[in-house]
Design a protein around this ligand. Structure first.
Ligand SMILES: N[C@@H](CCC(=O)N[C@@H](CS)C(=O)NCC(=O)O)C(=O)O
Length: 210
C-alpha cells in the first residue's frame, strides 16, 4: 500500500498514527504489521503531484493506494479501512462505536476550522479572520474546545486508544502548531492534561509536526 502525505497535514498525521497504533513493536524495535505494509509517499499536495492526482483527483492528502490498486481518500475513511486490516485492538471498538465517532467528529470539526483558518490566512491574508466565514470559524473553534474540555479529562485517557482520541489529540496539536495564539491549553487545563497523556504515546512522538 502507498500512503500519500506530508509532514504538516493534521489529516495525514492522524492516518499515520493509525498505521503505527496497528503495528506491533517487537524486540529490536522491529515493526510488524501495518507499518511495513504501508510505503510513505511524501509529496506536496499544492504542487499537483502527478502520482497524488492519480491516487486522489481532488489533489488532497492523505490518499491511500491499496495493494489491489483501489484508491481511498478522506482521512477518516482511510482510518476505518486500516483499522479493519491491522492486528491489535480495534481503534473503532464496536462496544464504544457512538462515543468513538462522537469524538472523531468533534476532532475533525476542530481540525477543519483550524486548517481552513491557516489556509485562508495564507491565500487571503490575516484579514480573512475578520470575514463572516473567518468569524464563524473562530467561534466554532472556541465552542468545540469548550465542549471537549467539558467531556474529556486525564482520567479518561486510558491505556487503550480510539480513533476519536487520535483525531481530537491531533487537532489540539495542530492548534498549538499553527494557531498558538488560541492558547487552548491555558484556557482548558484539564483538557491539556488529557492531551498530555494521549500524546505521550510513541505513535504521536514519532509523527510530531515539523
Ligand atoms: N477532509 C479531508 C481534508 C484533507 C485536506 O484538506 N488535506 C490538505 C492538506 S492538510 C490538502 O491536501 N490540501 C490541498 C488542497 O486542498 O488542494 C480529509 O479528512 O482527508
Amino acid at each position: 500500500m502507498e500512503l500519500f502525505l506530508n509532514a504538516t497535514s493534521p489529516y495525514a498525521r492522524l492516518v499515520r498514527i493509525v498505521v503505527l497504533e496497528k503495528t506491533v513493536l517487537e524486540k529490536a524495535a522491529l515493526e510488524k504489521g501495518l507499518a511495513e505494509a504501508v510505503t510513505l509517499r511524501w509529496c506536496d499536495p499544492w504542487a499537483d503531484d502527478a502520482a497524488l492526482l492519480a491516487a486522489n483527483p481532488a489533489g488532497r492528502i492523505p490518499a491511500l493506494m491499496t495493494d489491489d490498486g483501489t484508491t481511498l481518500s478522506e482521512s477518516l475513511l482511510i482510518a476505518v479501512y486500516l483499522d479493519g486490516l491491522g492486528r491489535r485492538e480495534p481503534l473503532i471498538p464496536p462496544a464504544y462505536l457512538a462515543r468513538t465517532l462522537h469524538f472523531a467528529g468533534l476532532g475533525q470539526a476542530l481540525m477543519d476550522a483550524a486548517f481552513t483558518t491557516v489556509i485562508s490566512r495564507k491565500h487571503q491574508g490575516n484579514e480573512s479572520d475578520d470575514s463572516v466565514l473567518g468569524q464563524r470559524r473562530q467561534r466554532a473553534i472556541q465552542r468545540t474546545l469548550a465542549r471537549l474540555a467539558h467531556e474529556l479529562d486525564a482520567s479518561q485517557a486510558s491505556s487503550s486508544i480510539t480513533l476519536g482520541d487520535i483525531v481530537v489529540a491531533v487537532a489540539l496539536d495542530y492548534l498549538t502548531f499553527r494557531l498558538p495564539e488560541v492558547s487552548w491549553a491555558e484556557q482548558h487545563p484539564r483538557l491539556a492534561q488529557w492531551h498530555h497523556r494521549v500524546s505521550a504515546r510513541q505513535s504521536f512522538v514519532q509523527t510530531a509536526f515539523q
